[in-house]
Design a protein around this ligand. Sequence first.
Ligand code: IVH
Length: 751
Amino acid sequence: MDAKERIDFLRKELNKHNDLYYLHAAPEITDYEFDQMMKELQNLEKDNPQYYDISSPTLRVGSDINKAFTQVKHRYPMLSLGNTYTKEEIVDFVNRCEASLNEPVKICAELKYDGTSISLTYEEGKLTTAVTRGDGEKGDDVTDNVRTIRTVPLQLKGDYPSDFEMRGEVLLPWKEFDRLNEERTHKEEPLFANPRNAASGTLKLQNSKIVASRKLEAILYYMLGSKLPSDSHYENLEIASTWGFNTGEYTRLCNNIDEILDFIAYWDVERKNLPVATDGIVLKVDSIRQQEELGYTAKSPRWAIAFKFKAERAESILREVTFQVGRTGIVTPVANLDPVQLSGTVVKRASLYNEDAINALDLHIGDTCYVEKGGEIIPKIVGVDTQNRKNVGPKVTFIKNCPECGTPLERIPGEAAYFCPNQNGCAPQIKGRFEHFISRKAMNLDGIGPETIDAFFANGLISNFADLYSLSLDQIMQCPRSKSSESEEVEVDKTGGENSLSFEDPKSVAQRNLESSDEILQDSIFAEVEEISSKADDSRSAEDDAIFGGLFAQPTPTKKRKSSTPRRFTKLQAEKIIKALNKSKEVPFERVLFALGLRYVGETVAKRLSHAFKNIDSLSQATYEDLITVEDVGERIAESVIEYFSDTANKALIERLKEKGLQFSLSEEHLSERTEKLKGLNIVISGTFTKHSRDEYKSMIELNGGKNTGSISAKTNYILAGENMGPAKIEKAQKLNIPIIDEEVFLKMLE
Ligand code: IVH
């Protein structure tokens, strides 16, 4: 068997066993055997790049390469669904459709999966692109990440149309969600608030290897294209499952309203036993002809509707409202309640969002409140029992001054949120910025965790980043550690006795947080506020959001110390901290810039700015006009950069950090993007491209040591082909046996 035959054989076998495992839950070989085959295929493909195939199962393993997402316009807009909450509204929906069509309808009833939507394009049976919903008109190209999802077929089987789209939901099953959060608790990383955020955050990761490790699932529920196999949506899904799609097992074709109501009643209870999160039912007119006749409103189809399950609700008495300040200075009101049982957990605190929400509830201390938990870990107050209100305490009003530093609060223009403007003097804000600074994607200060920062801060050792680099071994060793900083310990002291640790009983992550952590509440409420800003700045990755307290909640330390003797850092720990600080002086400029924590400057934007301006001095002198010409930099980011550098305290900080030896300019290596990856290769460019212009490809070839030639000859090594490559050229290439590669393959070659 030659390499090509072996590659083909392994690809076929791996695809077969993948389906047996993931689609049919009937594995025939062990995981070990599967991994061995995968490894063999990876090696063969590496040695024989000419056999690259976009459907190869090796792509499911992901890659370490960081990749910014390109935006792709949806061929058909991705619409949303109208929501209903009552049976009457469902009856109205069916009657409305039938009256408008003047004939009866069949309704396909499906579960409403609570993940993140995805649109998959298949051409000639191969997955070519996977795009997120985005704004409905265009979304992010997350193909590399989606290829790692085992329930997404890379190559279809059977008699499929040559060109069509499948839409569905990418989900993180509950089991995997819990596992991930547990892992993050141990690593002291922020927790995901719910599986939906975890799924969408994962899909937006720039490293597909991490995506592959997270075991996402996909359920497909909508086929689009000009030549669909059947007029029945239900049948189309059934047929799609024979091509290899996971279309969910729970769909039912209903002939009348009673059957729809039965379906809803059944799943309202049974959904709690499903492996994935659901938040309702989707009802769709089954006939595609009827769907077309009913048409669309600006936002949603007239032929489909969502019925949302009622969130579980409990009643409890409001005892106190406290106000928390987050790392971005935003102040969040939190309701402290009598403990009450809700969906299997004890709830003591609930989100109150902002001043407008408090006023709308007309909230008084002592009120009986309704608390709901709708798919989130954090419950919220949704109403007050005003009918039975008697002997209640004072009306709840929003505070005027920061509860941490006393500074008068300011309101974010156009938003309901208040923030403390005392950025450089307000403890939780300073500490939050330190947490960002030390994080993995920023300075990656291994050995320093949030509690170490707490200890340094509480003992007056640090008030800005530069102070960290002035710490001496003695200072660290003499710094008393707060109770919680002891739990952060990385190495258990070998002397035993007072240094031995005890662990809490294992509980579910969600429950533990609910019962003991204010921080989780704090950060999840940020989610509401910051999700808006992260949408406006798409260049921020989900991991950026994690760092900025966007999508996630904080973990709670799980270790407790038995002894109450005051503790200090051991020599070993202090040395580790100093070592990490010294090592961080090698962190490249782009990450240092990210670590500084300029508002809206996430990882990607930091990269763009550092490459555009090369060093901090040029960046600090950049005008608004200079800044907005940089890719991914909009008005808000430009203003934020200018504001940052107009603050003398920030300038002084940078000077001190420079003196300490941190990188504030791109290294030589970064400055020259030249490589020899295409050395000696003659490459012809043909057709039109979507990711870069022809000129850009030309300069990429040259920058990487290759030669861009105009016409195909026996000397041509590759043809970089976009769309519409002429048939004569294709024929010539085939005759001369020259590999035709597309944009993706070409870009991969440069990685
Ligand atoms: S159909 C044109 N079916 O709900 C309608 N959507 O607000 C296309 N969703 O963005 C959607 N389960 O992410 C459809 N069985 C299902 C669904 C479903 C979940 C999500 C989807 C969509 C949102 C609609």
